[in-house]
Write a protein that binds this ligand. Structure first.
Ligand code: NOJ
Length: 562
């Protein structure tokens, strides 16, 4: 019987020069308020992260990306930032941040922080100043204020809708309107304003000076806007996926946004090693390379794998397209299956075939997890196969907290406890993203399953207990152990950023080699297929014989002669 081997790879030849550490890093995303709560107030915090550094080091990751930990009223899970250069007092202090960074660095784990430049929170000092200042004032010109339409200005300046539902404009007491592409508590900044640009350059230096290694840039495709009047109606824009010529949408992915990142790059390059950055830019893959350019942010999330169906052909196309795009641009590519904004991939793969916009998963969430039926076992099996495939690819792998435990989405958070603004703003047409943000289970029982001393800020289901870290640590066949083995082998085997698809890659099987003879083969089902030659070092589930079962991945090395 084959199972995840317990032998550890010994070589460390996959380590990159410090300047290029990000190119093939395994980055673990921490959603700080749901990771570990050290003081029992129900919210995860920085001392909680510090307490789990041994766990992170054992997992074998190269970096952590911390979601926003800044002061915030949590109108959007912390993406409504009150102060970009401080820590939410409920999460700790700047001294805690420095301690955390030093301790992570001591374990050779890099630190990436989230930067949220498209909007501040409505509690930010600048927005308060703007509200107190008159129409046309410099304080208002840091944001996007406009007069309303109609004789008394009581109609919004345009019919645009926010990404969370409802109008994208909100009215202030003196009758003007401000733009918020997300929640009303997230007023959009005006990036044509030099003061805004300088302020963010200072913030990048503030965190870089504190030893941060990189930045994840929120809504990177949204900063540059063309708000020349008259504003186009929404029917002409057709939102993000409109048929406008590339780069000409007034709100998204405008070419001028790259002037901003060229300035940021100059700041990153003031440091040794240069600070890294990754763009969250939901753009067409043909537009992604500019965000990932060495003269810009250097790297961009590629969400294509996350959007692909469980199908060898689709996976292969996404992989080869993204690798060739990245190579053309001189960047490395990135891979993501889950994050804090999407239904967890173990759940997506256990639902009937998906579509690009994850509608099936949305419906399932709205039904409270009852329809369509979720095949939890199948979802987890495929999730394990998918992660071994993803970790064998060249480029960086972004992992989301809890996926190493094989967690499913939590679908049945009572409506009165839902936190995601999209739920209320869509009047319940969207359930939102809380189901992947439920605090992690560290122990099999106890208050909040070891997350903290008291109840967690989102309710955890009873089925978290057997999936807790404590339970999985005792079980070498667990998903946690699979991640640990895979990350160690990956570090030992990772070399040049290339892969070669092998014959046998067809509608059912995806098989490729990496330099040095490392092979990865995934059977997307439905029946068993012969294993290629080689010594099996790791498999996503245990199996016997020389046939690779359905929904399974194996890693192989060349057989040693003699
Ligand atoms: C993208 C973040 O990932 C998401 O969580 C947030 O709601 C929006 N940006 C707005 O900041």
């Amino acid at each position: 019987m084959r199972s995840a081997r317990t032998t550890r790879p010994v070589s460390d030849r996959g380590r990159l020069a410090d300047t290029d550490w990000w190119r093939q890093a395994a980055v673990y995303q921490i959603y700080p308020r749901s990771f570990a709560d050290s003081d029992g107030n129900g919210l995860g915090d920085l001392q909680g992260v510090i307490s789990r550094i041994p766990y992170l080091a054992d997992l074998g990751i190269d970096a952590v990306w911390l979601g926003p930990f800044y002061p915030s009223a949590l109108a959007d899970g912390g993406y409504d930032v009150d102060d970009y250069r401080d820590v939410d007092p409920r999460l700790g202090t700047l001294a805690d941040f420095d301690e955390m960074t030093a301790r992570l660095h001591a374990r050779r784990i890099k630190v990436i922080v989230d930067i949220v430049p498209n909007h501040t929170s409505s509690r930010h000092a600048w927005f308060r100043e703007a509200l107190a200042a008159p129409k046309g004032s410099p304080a208002r010109s840091r944001y996007i204020f406009r007069d309303g339409l109609g004789p008394d200005g009581s109609q919004p300046p345009s019919d645009w809708v926010s990404l969370f539902g409802g109008p994208a404009w909100a009215r202030v007491p003196d009758g003007q309107w401000y733009l918020h592409l997300f929640a009303p508590e997230q007023p959009d900044l005006n990036w044509d304003n030099r003061e805004v640009r300088d302020e963010f350059l200072a913030t990048l230096r503030f965190w870089s000076d504190r030893g941060v290694d990189g930045f994840r840039v929120d809504v990177a495709h949204g900063l540059a806007k063309n708000l020349a009047e008259p504003l186009e109606p929404i029917s002409a824009l057709n939102h993000i996926d409109g048929a406008l010529p590339p780069g000409s949408h007034p709100l998204w992915d405008r070419d001028e946004v790259h002037d901003i990142y060229a300035e940021w790059r100059r700041v990153f390059n003031e440091y040794d090693p240069p600070r890294a950055a990754v763009a969250e830019a939901w753009v067409h893959s043909s537009r992604r390379p500019r965000y990932a350019s060495p003269d810009g942010l250097g790297q961009a999330f590629n969400f294509d794998l996350l959007e692909a169906n469980w199908n060898a052909g689709e996976f292969l196309r996404v992989i080869t397209d993204n690798l060739s795009d990245a190579q053309r641009q001189g960047s490395s590519t990135t891979w993501v299956l889950s994050n804090h904004d999407v239904v967890r991939h173990a759940t997506r793969y256990g639902l009937p075939p998906e579509d690009r916009h994850h509608q099936t998963a949305r419906q399932w969430l709205l039904s409270g997890g009852t329809a369509p039926r979720l095949d939890r076992g199948l979802g987890l099996r495929r999730a394990r196969a998918a992660i071994l495939l993803m970790l064998a690819l060249p480029g960086s792998a972004y992992l989301y907290q809890g996926e190493e435990l094989g967690l499913h989405e939590v679908p049945d958070i009572p409506s009165e406890l839902v936190q995601d603004p999209s739920y209320a703003r869509s009047r319940g047409a969207e359930k939102g993203r809380d189901g992947c943000r439920v605090p992690l289970p560290w122990t099999a029982d106890g208050p909040s399953f070891g997350f903290g001393a008291g109840p967690a800020h989102l309710p955890q289901p009873a089925w978290f207990g057997p999936l807790s870290v404590q339970a999985q640590e005792r079980d070498p066949a667990s998903t946690l152990w699979l991640y640990r083995h895979a990350l160690r082998w990956r570090r030992a085997l990772q070399t040049a950023e290339s892969m070669e698809p092998m014959p046998g890659t067809n509608g059912q099987v995806l098989h490729f080699t990496r330099p040095g003879g490392w092979r990865c083969v995934t059977n997307f089902g439905p029946g068993p297929v012969p294993l290629p030659p080689g010594a099996v070092i790791l498999t996503s589930v245990p199996f016997e014989g020389s046939q690779l079962p359905a929904d399974t991945t194996a890693w192989l090395l060349p057989e040693q002669n003699g």
